[in-house]
Design a protein around this ligand. Sequence first.
Ligand code: AMP
Length: 201
Amino acid sequence: MSATRILLLGAPGAGKGTQAARIIERHGIPHISTGDMLRAAVAAGTEVGLKAKAVMDAGQLVSDEIVIAIAEERLSQPDAKQGFVLDGFPRTLAQAEALDRTLEKLGTPLECCLAVTVDTEAVVQRLLKRAEIEGRADDNEETIRERMRVYDAQTAPLLEHYRKTGSRKAGSRKTGSLAEVDGMGTVDEVFERIEEALSGS
Ligand code: AMP
């Protein structure tokens, strides 16, 4: 039985969005991306969108308060009962702790934390290419470097958080397990590694 409550971690441009799309197609579970939800809020001109736009365009993080609220709201919807792929949330330790509490309350703890690892320079090149294709305002070189710096400072430490929660022993319920997956290679190759990691969780 494959894990269906999945967290995807990885640097910006590691291919999380692409792999999340493959996972949801294969397993029929919702894709929960705070980046997509924030972009939708910006496009709709909501209060959250107005607050988030400048921060997103600068490659920085939207406040924990805002993203925790939107992620909790989404995870509480009925379709997330059967599973989910979290992509781009959590990005800070405070968000990870809030997520742990929310999932505990909902009775749906994480089953697998997948860390997609890539080489940073390859990622920068991949993001520059995506910027050309999609015309995202947060994909110019300066912003890309800033997003990498923010990832290293604030999000990379989450690997340690999930390594620890993944190794909880008998007596307390296992809340997740960290699987590191090599994100270099074709989309199919990476997806195959992900499927293997999921079936082993
Ligand atoms: P993404 O599509 O996941 O790369 O997200 C795009 C942008 O949205 C990020 O660079 C942040 O400005 C913002 N964002 C998305 N998710 C989060 C989060 N969990 N915490 C803070 N900011 C976020």
